[in-house]
Design a protein around this ligand. Structure first.
Ligand SMILES: Cc1ncc(COP(=O)(O)O)c(C=O)c1O
Length: 436
């Protein structure tokens, strides 16, 4: 039911939690935690990378500094005493800037005070959205691979995730991962509340075309569902791809919750500032959850991000186009190094992640069938120790039933300095010694 994770880790983490709580109190933990674990690919692979001094192309956080204008704006905010709680639904300067920035893309005027909520990152936006719309017993359809907090949010709300995997039958581009609309429709039941999509999708970097989104929209409307559209990677699209907002399609704004992240847009993942744009009745419901979880997102970063969007509007309208160009160079560099090392990349149309095919590496070096551990996990652990590069096993973003679909891949991120990608690329060349 929950994401595929190394089951040994999961069980030991739960046992550890139970033992600790038993020494303090005999009262058990909430049952909703029964199938959840403190362990994840993030808690495993970043410490492992540090332990082996590996170059970390695992977790997607930039290792380069954010632009000076955004750093200056944050320090000015702190120095100018913007250090107290701000408006709970979103700092006024930021909601105004977000509405001004996004209205055109939505093809309508976004009301900054009623249709925008600012939260502690897209992560809280996703949590609050699910809490606001999912009743116990409701089903939410996830497209695999999904971002790993989606199914957990649904389970915490008492709902059930239903999985529809992207299908891949070969090819070298993320557009070769396709959504089968019959499968999508077959997953809908009378209990279905919403479909969640992520475009550009982390992973494989798929940017849904207008035609694909129109089909999804048609299904959503015909079955009277909500659409949750996670668009945190919207500023990073490459080649001929264009990001289309599902909420901009006819009659979709009323039923779509669009989620974004300043952490991704401005390379400040530690600021944990994200937003929801949705019609007033949905925005208000999401705000009610946020008001009682965090009350407000932090003020100085909201002020700084507002300054950032205002600056883009007034002085630098091509800012995000140029950002995409910079990331595209990094993408091309990493894909080139992966190809040369024998790990064929699936070239992403968007986001800053790339899937690489590990099937040419001789499994005798890293795979122990008897261990019961998924192939991509075993490869990713071996890669850190033997080659000195950290990547993420993508089956962490699949349900158990579908994890096998991605066992021949690992995920690398390229939101790194060119020199980091070059150094990792050099280390990866050692893989040539291990190819079949
Ligand atoms: C698809 C997707 N959604 C949401 C998030 C969370 O974003 P934030 O850091 O703003 O909470 C991430 C972070 O990696 C992501 O990849």
């Amino acid at each position: 039911m929950l994401p595929n994770r190394d089951s040994a880790l999961q069980t030991s983490a739960i046992r550890k939690m139970t033992t600790v709580s038993e020494t303090i109190t005999k009262k058990p933990l909430a049952q909703r935690l029964n199938h959840l674990s403190a362990q994840s690919v993030w808690t495993e692979f970043t410490p492992l990378a540090n332990q082996y001094s590996a170059i970390n192309l695992g977790q997607g956080f930039p290792d380069f500094p954010a632009d000076k204008f955004i750093i200056d704006a944050a320090s000015n905010a702190v120095l100018n005493h913007l250090n107290q709680y701000t408006r709970s639904m979103g700092h006024v300067r930021l909601v105004n800037a977000l509405a001004a920035h996004f209205s055109d893309q939505f093809g309508r005027h976004i009301d900054p005070l009623k249709e925008v909520v600012v939260l502690m990152g897209a992560t809280e936006a996703l949590y609050a959205t699910i809490q606001a719309i999912v009743n116990p017993g409701d089903e939410v359809i996830l497209i695999e691979p999904f971002y790993d907090s989606y199914p957990v949010d649904i389970v915490l709300a008492g709902g059930t995730p239903k999985y529809v995997p992207l299908r891949y039958e070969g090819g070298e581009n993320s557009s070769d991962f396709t959504l089968n609309f019959q499968e999508l429709e077959a997953a809908i039941t009378s209990k279905t509340k919403a479909i969640m999509i992520n475009t550009p999708q982390n992973i494989p970097g798929k940017v849904y075309s207008r035609q694909e989104l129109e089909k999804i929209a048609e299904i959503v409307k015909r079955h009277d569902l909500l659409l949750i559209s996670d668009e945190v990677y919207e500023p990073m699209v490459y080649d001929q791809s264009t990001h289309v907002k599902p909420a901009s399609l006819p009659d979709m704004f009323e039923r779509t919750i669009t989620i974004g992240s300043a952490g991704k847009s401005f390379s400040v993942t530690g600021w944990k500032t994200g937003w929801v744009i949705a019609p007033p009745h949905l925005s208000e419901a999401i705000w009610i959850v946020h008001q009682n979880v965090a009350f407000t997102a932090n003020t100085p970063s909201q002020e700084a991000i507002a300054v950032g969007f205002e600056r883009i509007k007034k002085e630098d309208p091509d800012y995000f186009k140029n950002l995409s160009k910079d990331f595209q160079k990094k993408r091309d560099l990493l894909c080139d190094r992966l190809r040369s090392a024998g790990l064929n990349p699936i070239v992403p149309q968007g986001s800053y992640f790339v899937l690489a095919d590990i099937s040419r590496v001789d499994e005798k070096h890293y795979f122990d069938e008897k261990s019961g551990v998924a192939r991509d996990y075993q490869f990713a652990r071996w890669l850190v120790k033997e080659i000195g590069v950290a990547a993420i096993p993508p089956s962490a973003f699949y349900s158990r039933d579908n994890a096998h679909l991605v066992e021949n891949f690992v995920r690398f991120c390229f939101c790194k300095k060119e020199e980091t990608i070059r150094s990792a690329g050099e280390r990866l060349q050692k893989l040539k010694e291990y190819l079949k």
